[in-house]
Design a protein around this ligand. Structure first.
Ligand code: FES
Length: 171
């Protein structure tokens, strides 16, 4: 092969290599950009929740008469259930299972909370009926002012079991 032919064969090879280098460079920049975006997203502080809107705030549930004795009302924004006991007392019960934290729905037909994850059940006071949950569902403090029921979702109360003193009553 002559020197001239060798040179002609090397030209397309150089061009192809240069093109591939540009592609790899562009892909590297895309990957770098995504990594930077992920790191910035991870480090950026979350927006604070609006006041009165969800967990961590005081939620006005409604007037005492709006809740019949023996009923349970869900407050999804506050992540709790407001249970009105047969004797008129109120409990704000966390919907988070005390076993591994699944959301526990209230099953009206059975009058109990039934965790879908591992089968724990709780009565209307949040007391454990069936394990594996190790203790009663958490509470949030309830206050009744001027016949209006309010729940402080910023203060979680852990408990082993239900005691009558945990319920809030009208004076
Ligand atoms: S998380 Fe509820 S029973 Fe396991």
């Amino acid at each position: 092969m002559t020197e001239r032919n060798k040179k002609m064969n090397q030209e397309p090879e150089k061009t192809r290599r240069a093109f591939l280098n540009k592609i790899w460079g562009a892909l590297g920049l895309v990957v770098l950009g995504e990594i930077i975006w992920l790191v910035v997203s991870f480090l950026r502080p979350r927006k604070p929740r609006a006041k009165g809107d969800g967990l961590g705030t005081v939620i006005t549930a409604g007037s005492v008469e709006a809740f019949a004795p023996g009923t349970v009302t869900a407050f999804p924004r506050g992540q709790f259930y407001l249970a009105r006991l047969e004797d008129g007392g109120f409990l704000a019960i966390s919907r988070k299972c005390t076993h591994l934290g699944c959301t526990v729905p209230w099953v009206e037909e059975d009058k109990r909370f039934a965790c879908p994850c591992h089968g724990s059940t709780f009565d209307i006071t949040g007391n454990v009926r069936h394990a594996p949950a190790p203790r009663a569902l958490d509470l949030f403090p309830v206050t009744i002012e001027n016949n209006v029921v309010k729940v402080n979702t910023g203060k979680r109360i852990k408990r082993s079991e239900f005691r009558p003193s945990q319920a809030a009553y009208t004076k």
